[in-house]
Design a protein around this ligand. Structure first.
Ligand code: GDP
Ligand code: MG
Length: 162
């Protein structure tokens, strides 16, 4: 079996956009409406000749109920299955209480975490990414999933821990 990379984070931070960027094709569903990816969805990806399974998840809301609870449970399953977790934060919003709560769950999981500071579309937003050092997950990797900025560097970091 291939190593598993799980992509988790709040709704609308750009998880599915990042998955498509990594795959180099449009398979994960991207929506302006939060919470479109209900279940975890697995795709086979490749980077610098190394193959892995990439798992997209729905938005991880901590106090979720109803359908959102199901979505959150799927994110936890994805983390359980993962060899490494890409935790995606919207750098332009900054760390929210939900992000902080996810950090706690990720710590408890003991899985290696790569912190993706997404929506860093240009140089101006680099400082927003640096602010995410406060999450205590090590280096925030500035990425624009939309434009591809930084996506190669963060993938190198992911493969480094596999
Ligand atoms: P998900 O709910 O976390 O899977 O988020 P999506 O991938 O569906 O993206 C949510 C919204 O954020 C969409 O409108 C995307 O186009 C937008 N988005 C995703 N990545 C970026 C990025 O790097 N920069 C900008 N400016 N917008 C992004
Ligand atoms: Mg999605």
């Amino acid at each position: 079996p291939l190593p598993v990379v799980a992509v988790v984070g709040r709704p609308n931070v750009g998880k599915s956009t990042l998955v498509n960027r990594i795959l180099g094709r449009r398979e994960a569903v991207v929506e302006d409406v939060p919470g479109v990816t209900r279940d975890r969805v697995a795709y086979d990806g490749e980077w610098t000749g190394r193959r892995f399974t990439l798992v997209d998840t729905g938005g991880w809301e901590i106090d979720a109920t109803g359908i959102h609870l199901r979505v959150a449970e799927q994110a936890e399953v994805a983390v359980d299955l993962a060899d490494v977790v890409m935790f995606v934060v919207d750098a332009t919003v900054g760390a929210t209480d939900d992000d902080e709560a996810v950090v706690k769950l990720l710590r408890r999981s003991g899985k290696p975490v790569i912190l993706v500071a997404n929506k860093v579309d240009d140089q101006r937003t680099e400082a927003d990414a640096a602010a995410l050092w406060n999450l205590g997950l090590g280096q925030p990797w500035p990425v624009s999933a939309l434009h591809g900025r930084g996506s190669g560097d963060v993938l190198d970091a992911v493969l480094d821990v596999l």
